[in-house]
Design a protein around this ligand. Structure first.
Ligand SMILES: Cc1ncc(C[n+]2csc(CCOP(=O)(O)OP(=O)(O)O)c2C)c(N)n1
Ligand code: SF4
Ligand SMILES: [Mg+2]
Length: 350
């Protein structure tokens, strides 16, 4: 069975958010993934983030490719728009949907095979175009769905249940930095306390937000010699900061020692408070972030936290100067104003 509906019964005293929605209103079908799969923890973190942000589910469009990770949008936000595309092709479908209707909140869910192997070109172009989206890569270093072959994010020398990887890894975080993403973070499915605020801040970000989430595959890549196992990440996690996310209307209370906290206001008025765990780390310096990642990777560490952030990001609509009205509600005359107008535009380029 690939689809199990959840029972509709709920506790009468269940907590609600400011819209009156319960946690259940942000859930989906019952997961059919392996018990203990990191991807299920990411789904739970997404449910919590959207519930706490009190976003109406119909305002969200969730898109994915193919893989265990790409199946997960079925397990959260059951009342949102959803599109399960072809392996590695989610970014172009998301780009098209975003161009047609800028009013939705776009959530791309992908795997390391989906994004770094077959879909690497698609990933690169959608990041460099600055699509306003949250792109989550659920990174286990293997193709879980097709029984555990190494993906392009597997570290050199890392061992899965059946093989040793001899290729150099692709780091999607490093690529996202290089390609101009304006919000770049890495999380760990086993650290919900860190992941939920990162997701919330990325959803509020009005630009291209990429979160690579190390998400162990318990079936094929959770053995002690794997660098994507629960134990390895717990032992080698270098968290550069802890983020607090405060919504525009919420009261800001200070409970950090001065000098260790950076406060950043986002475009929508929400505030991120960054408690620096590594005082030398500056999340607004792209070049430094890239160098830091390389240095720590060479030492065998997995850097997590908010790695780079741009306060006024701009997005593809901003770059293209499109109209505020979503294109999908414009009528034919507005979309195609006729040959005289076209001739005038062409003349302007002569
Ligand atoms: C065009 C195409 N090529 C290959 C496949 C076979 N296939 C399905 S899922 C998958 C890999 C999934 O890996 P990943 O994106 O890392 O997701 P995971 O299952 O690990 O979460 C592959 C190779 C496919 N479905 N379509
Ligand atoms: S095969 Fe791996 S990635 Fe797929 S559901 Fe099982 S644990 Fe998760
Ligand atoms: Mg994978």
């Amino acid at each position: 069975m690939t689809y199990i509906a959840k029972p509709k019964m709920r506790h009468p005293g269940i907590a609600t958010n400011s819209l009156g929605f319960t946690h259940r209103d942000y859930e989906g079908a019952i997961s059919t993934l392996c018990a203990g799969c990191g991807h299920d923890s990411i789904s739970a973190a997404l449910i919590q983030a959207f519930f706490e942000l009190a976003i109406e589910p119909h305002r969200v469009a969730k898109l994915s490719g193919i893989g265990c990770s790409s199946k997960t949008p079925d397990y959260f936000l059951g009342q949102s728009h959803g599109f399960n595309s072809v392996h590695g092709r989610m970014p172009s479908v998301l780009t098209g949907a975003n161009l047609a209707n800028r009013d939705l909140i776009y959530l791309g869910v992908s795997g390391d095979g989906d994004s770094a192997s077959i879909g690497l070109g698609q990933f690169a172009h959608c990041v460099r175009r600055g699509i306003n989206m949250l792109y989550v890569c659920e990174n286990n270093g293997v193709y879980g769905l097709t029984k555990g072959q190494f993906s392009a994010t597997a570290d050199k020398g890392s061992k899965s249940k059946t093989a040793v990887n001899s290729d150099s890894p692709i780091d999607l975080v490093g690529m996202a930095l290089l390609l101009g993403a304006t919000f770049v973070a890495r999380g760990f499915s086993g650290d919900k306390k860190q992941l939920v605020p990162l997701l919330k801040a990325a959803i509020a970000h009005q630009g291209s937000a990429i979160i690579d989430v190390v998400s162990p595959c318990v079936q094929f890549n959770n053995n002690p010699q794997s660098t994507k196992s629960y134990d390895f990440v717990r032992e080698h996690n270098d968290a550069v900061n802890r983020i607090d996310f405060i919504e525009p209307k919420a009261e800001i209370t200070a409970d950090y020692a001065p000098g260790t906290v950076t406060t950043i206001t986002q475009h929508d008025g929400s505030v991120m408070r960054l408690a620096k765990l590594d005082p030398a780390y500056d999340a607004t310096d792209r070049a430094r972030a890239m160098a830091y990642l390389q240095e720590r990777h060479a030492k065998g560490e997995v850097v997590t936290g908010l790695l780079y952030f741009e306060e006024n990001p701009g997005d593809l609509h901003h770059h293209l100067n499109t109209v505020e009205t979503p294109l999908n509600v414009l009528n034919e005359k507005e979309l195609c104003p006729g040959s005289a107008k076209l001739a005038a535009i062409n003349d302007a380029y002569r």
